[in-house]
Design a protein around this ligand. Structure first.
Ligand code: ADP
Ligand code: ADP
Length: 228
């Protein structure tokens, strides 16, 4: 599903963020990416959804080499990957429904089909009753659930989450985790970077630890493994 073959990333300012990472993430896996601040976690996952390009090495998504993918086909690669951020990144002037529908970008789809699909995913994140609300009328946890609905509305095979619980209290963080687990149970591969030790230790999923731009640990039923 996602393979990295000796991937390196040096930023234009000379910072060496990722220094030779080789990994293989299979379809349907749930993977935590942990590590100290500045270790290279964000850079590592940004290269998966093509927000950053490797300086060296190859990334394969569904067995297709990203370096061989023409620029005009990158939007298709991206559509197959849903992304969720710590700060939600919702469009403030659109309702919950519109934020999710906007991501479908389907001109040919009938309005009825879009409506059906959007209401389906809002049901998964339990926000059908707030479809007409604006982001500022929602709690942080609700805003993150909208962002998750937007990320999965096009049925991506991979969902990437960069610190999705970073701005949320513990109870709300667990709510978000249960939704991500449900999405994973439906067959979507989930890759989540996090500093949330309690969640990682409780879930006992695969843990990839990034340290100084390299893989420090890769454990099948891993733990957070750091002091803080
Ligand atoms: P983490 O997510 O583990 O905190 P990052 O991937 O964000 O780590 O950062 C790894 C290193 O790369 C850090 O030294 C950071 O300052 C640097 N870095 C991240 N993004 C950029 C960028 N756009 N330009 C230059 N340096 C960057
Ligand atoms: P059905 O088999 O009737 O589609 P599901 O429970 O599988 O029932 O799906 C309900 C809705 O959720 C459908 O709109 C479906 O497309 C959508 N869905 C299915 N899998 C996922 C997924 N991994 N992520 C987000 N939405 C999904």
């Amino acid at each position: 599903m996602i393979q990295m073959q000796d991937v390196w990333k040096t930023y234009p300012n000379g910072v060496m963020a990722v220094n030779g990472i080789t990994i293989n993430i299979e379809k349907g896996e749930f993977v935590y990416v942990v590590g100290p601040s500045g270790a290279g976690k964000s850079t590592f996952i940004k290269m998966m959804y093509r927000e950053e390009k490797p300086t060296k090495g190859e990334i394969y998504i569904n067995n297709k080499a990203l370096s061989q993918t023409k620029e005009r086909h990158i939007p298709y690669v991206r559509r197959n990957i849903g992304v969720v951020f710590q700060d939600f990144k919702l469009l403030p002037n659109l309702t919950v429904f519109e934020n999710v529908a906007f991501a479908m970008e389907v001109i040919e789809e009938s309005k009825a089909n879009i409506r059906k699909r959007v209401m389906n995913v809002l049901d998964i994140v339990r926000l059908k009753n707030k479809a007409r609300f604006y982001p500022h009328e929602l709690s942080g946890g609700e805003q993150q659930r909208v962002a998750i609905a937007r990320a999965v509305v096009n049925s991506p095979s991979v969902m990437i989450a960069d610190e999705p619980t970073g701005n949320l209290d513990p109870d709300t963080s667990w709510e978000i985790m249960h939704i991500l687990e449900e999405i994973n149970d439906r067959g979507t591969t989930v890759v989540m970077a996090t500093h949330n030790r309690d969640i990682v230790n409780a879930m006992r999923k695969r843990v990839i630890a990034v340290e100084n731009g390299r893989i420090g640990r890769d454990e099948v039923r891993g733990t957070y493994g750091y002091e803080s």
